[in-house]
Design a binder for this molecule. Structure first.
Ligand code: ZN
Length: 259
């Protein structure tokens, strides 16, 4: 490869960047310059899981004394940070491997209800809450992912407080109310996410918001982490969900690029 003398001289004295192909600057440099936040909880045997579900379990199959290390791990589809496919509740709707890639790299809208949850662990986001957020930040754009920051992600390391089950076996944690789900479907978001075990709040028996959102072929993300790092708008979220054929849910590595 030959460089013009002027470029070589400039590189030697360190005053210019290498020339790059037209167009490479914009996307690659923007990504390299962005702050990246991990919205995924790490996966380990003691992590919380849906009561009655399948916990994460990692087993060592081969160790270094045999030359290398190999584990297997097992868990339910809904253990840890994961995506619910529309087919989770609605027969015939999209399974996890058929969510289009274009729906998995999207702008994020973040609604923070930590002050309300402080007074009521069963708090449900309402359509009025969504409209109040829109009064401050503008109408939620079609094609965005709405994320509810309830503050619950801070309890993930304490399973009993995260599941928060009372003596009658009823769980207590916040969620999306059905009317909020209906309004967000009307806004044509790609999906909704939360930092608890379920989109519907802990005491729910009918999972009404699951039904509304999944029926509309939108997806859901549960057990999200680190939501305090996100601004109300401006982040781009990348959802690396496992493409399990005909899966109803699957784990995902999820991260946000901040402007
Ligand atoms: Zn779910």
């Amino acid at each position: 490869m030959k460089f013009p003398i002027a470029v070589i001289m400039a590189l030697l004295v360190g005053v210019v960047a290498m020339p790059s192909p037209a167009g490479a600057d914009s996307l690659q440099q923007k990504i390299m310059a962005a702050k990246v936040v991990d919205l995924t909880h790490p996966m380990y045997d003691e992590m919380p899981f849906w009561p009655g579900g399948v916990p994460f379990k990692k087993t060592r199959l081969v160790d270094y004394d045999q030359g290398y290390q190999l584990h297997k791990f097992e868990m339910g589809e809904n253990t840890g940070t994961h995506v619910d496919a529309p087919s989770h509740f609605i027969e015939g709707n999209r399974p996890i491997d058929e969510i289009p890639l274009g729906d998995l790299i999207v702008p994020a809208v973040v609604i923070d209800v930590q002050d309300k949850v402080a007074d009521n662990p069963d708090y449900q986001l309402s359509a009025d809450d969504v409209r109040a957020w829109e009064a401050d930040h503008g109408t939620i754009p079609a094609g965005s992912l709405v994320i509810l920051n309830s503050g619950w992600h801070k309890r993930f390391g304490e399973p009993a407080r995260y599941i928060n089950m009372d003596a009658d076996g009823v769980m207590h944690f916040p969620g999306y109310g059905k009317d909020a789900g209906e309004l967000l479907v009307a806004r044509n978001v790609v999906g909704i996410g939360i930092d608890t075990l379920s989109i519907d709040h802990g005491p729910s028996k009918d999972f009404a918001t699951h039904v509304v959102v999944l029926k509309a072929n939108k997806y859901q993300i549960e057990n999200m982490a680190n939501l305090d790092a996100l601004p109300p708008t401006g982040a781009t979220v990348v959802i690396g969900v496992l493409p399990v054929k005909e899966g109803s849910q699957a784990q995902a590595r999820i991260y946000a690029l901040l402007p």
